[in-house]
Design a binder for this molecule. Structure first.
Ligand code: 5GP
Length: 201
């Protein structure tokens, strides 16, 4: 079902989103699972998708693209909460992360790459959003990916502990659970989910 049709039920909670006619795909999963790579590939391969850029109070990592996030101070983030500027937001390992109220070009389907608490907020308000939860093939592989990102050992351990908490919640919430064993296969599976949702819209 399309986003605009759901809005008959949901209009009060998110008036702005209700003017959209596209679908919403939420890509979630624990840190180090490869969500960013997967989403980047989806955007390259499917011109009908539109990626929301999140706000965060986390510091930019060395080598991280300047536009990976809208990097802001806590005061700026809190002012935006107060102004009702977020579709969802959460506090994750000491930093704020949030999805600004989306404003995609007409006809595009929205992609959100967010953690489980945010995914749960979006699903509660808009049950028609399609949640794809991505799992790592193993904890060892996940640790290797987190290490490769340049986070120190303490942060890697924190994120792995957080993953243990997030996974059962994400699996229970998800419309589709995909293990990211092999990148090309995972992308093909995700594109399959997107096509199916469009056929049923
Ligand atoms: P990282 O610090 O590794 O970039 O992101 C930490 C976690 O926050 C990841 O699971 C990422 O998907 C999630 N995240 C990124 N943007 C948002 C957002 O706007 N909202 C929520 N709820 N989570 C986000």
């Amino acid at each position: 079902m399309g986003w605009s049709r759901r809005c008959r039920d949901d209009a009060l909670s998110l008036g702005q989103v209700c003017s959209m006619s596209g679908l919403v795909f939420v890509v979630s999963g624990p840190g180090g699972v490869g969500k960013s790579t997967l989403v980047t590939e989806l955007m390259k391969r499917d011109p009908e998708l539109w990626l929301s850029r999140s706000w965060t109070t986390r510091e930019q990592r060395p080598g991280e693209a300047f536009d990976a996030y809208h990097f802001v101070t806590r005061a700026q983030f809190e002012a935006h909460i107060d102004a009702g500027g977020f579709l969802e937001w959460t506090s994750f390992l000491g930093n704020y992360y949030g999805t600004p109220q989306p404003n995609p070009p007409v006809g595009k389907d929205i992609v959100l790459e967010i953690e489980v608490d945010g995914a749960s907020q979006v699903k509660k308000q808009h049950p028609s959003a399609v949640l794809i939860f991505v799992l790592p093939p193993s904890r060892e592989e996940q640790r290797a990916r987190l290490n490769a990102r340049g986070d120190d050992e303490r942060k890697v351990d924190q994120r792995l502990r957080k993953a243990e908490e997030e996974e059962p919640i994400g699996i229970a919430l998800a419309d589709h659970v995909i293990v990211n064993q092999q990148l090309e296969q995972t992308i093909a599976d995700m594109l399959g989910v997107i096509s199916e949702a469009r056929r049923n819209r």
